[in-house]
Design a protein around this ligand. Sequence first.
Ligand code: SF4
Ligand code: SF4
Length: 472
Amino acid sequence: MEEFEEFDDFRDKQSTIGDDGSRVWVYPKKPKGTLYNYRKIVSLFLVAIFVILPFIKIKGDPLLLFNFLERKFIIFGVMFYPQDFHLFVLSMIAFIVFVVLFTVIFGRIFCGWICPQTIFMEFVYRQIEYWIEGNYSQQRKLDTSPLDFNKFWRKGSKHIIFYMISFISAHFFLAYIFGIDYVEDLILDGPKAHLAGFAGVIVFSAVHYFVFAKLREQVCIIICPYGRLQGVLLDRNSIVVSYDHKRGEPRGKYNPLEDREAKGKGDCVECGSCQAVCPTGIDIRNGTQLECINCTACIDACDSVMQRVKKPKGLIRYASERSIADKTKLKFNIRILFYSVVLSGLLILIAFLFSIRTEIESTILRQKGTMFQEYDSLHYSNIYSIQVINKTREALPVELKLDEPESGELKMVGDPLIVEKGQVGEAQFLVLIPKKDLKSSNTKVEFKVLSNGKEMDEIESTFVGPNSLDRK
Ligand code: SF4
Ligand code: SF4
């Protein structure tokens, strides 16, 4: 765009890296405005959900659990075990495709409104910073001033509070992995009784503190893979936070006595407010940039300037590059269609897999290293073992029935099998088949797995007998 040629040097450098390669610390001005107020409400709601969810249980189990170490997952009350891994992976793929599709249409809206990094940074840590160190200019002054009592107590108390919040957050993160009961035990029993858990809390809190006290916007600009993907996900139709260069350029300082139109000036009064509030330190007037997290702070800032200079709001607004250039609306393109088809296909597949998901998972194997035995003068026997995974929320008594051949008999070894919820149970049993009914050395046998009289599973196996010569 010719309009931007004179400002094109922004492409040669990164807003948070100085000419000497050192980090340029960003001191964003506290935003004010309608969108900021909405974001505050959304953030409050999401932080409340983050804190409340670990306490919500269904029949004694958490609503959400992501126990990667024991490979146990509960998503909205549905338990997933290693045997359900395909379901979990498909759900994750569907989620990623959904995010991609959403990004193609609505840009990086997730980053500005929902991403935990933005929520914690802008509405928790940054608020504490404004409260203790003052506004952006006071913060900058404090950072460059020599260490005195004022700087010592402000910096000291800020970092202590930052670490305390990180420490508390680490407990909640741990609750999403091991459940709130484990965290309660950890707190009540003390570190000595749960050394691994305590080490987890320390590592989590240190990472959390480092991310929000030091790394900050670098996470969005450099580390976040989603942020790095924006270049391939966004196109000219994506709705992002955009500067209306058609309306704003050529920019020029505001002079209340001047007729801007007569002088050929656009609506941008070069006040710098949009840049001052930007948490990633960029100038949105340069166009869509990877660093932009679509936080909308610049929209609020510019709207308030437009109000003051008596111009219509929306010089910076949610819009697609095409709609600004051509004044057209969002078009349903091939890419959106393709992602929609893939997403629908995945959702149908997941729904199907969920519908055929059984409450128990059972495996029957002939006992390793055993052949057939002559049980008595009329029967041969084989010994089997059964393994049952109970995916329900209650203990299940498991019974076995031999369905085929009808003349066979099944005898359990030891106590009746009862499998606790979420556990794996094992038992051995014998199958006796009359000698006269064995027509070959390998006979198909069919079992029914029952619990409280209800059929839960059907399994096939083989019964080994002597070969035909031995049987004569
Ligand atoms: S806030 Fe609006 S008027 Fe001020 S520099 Fe930014 S785009 Fe221009
Ligand atoms: S350019 Fe605007 S929307 Fe993008 S990060 Fe900066 S302030 Fe937020």
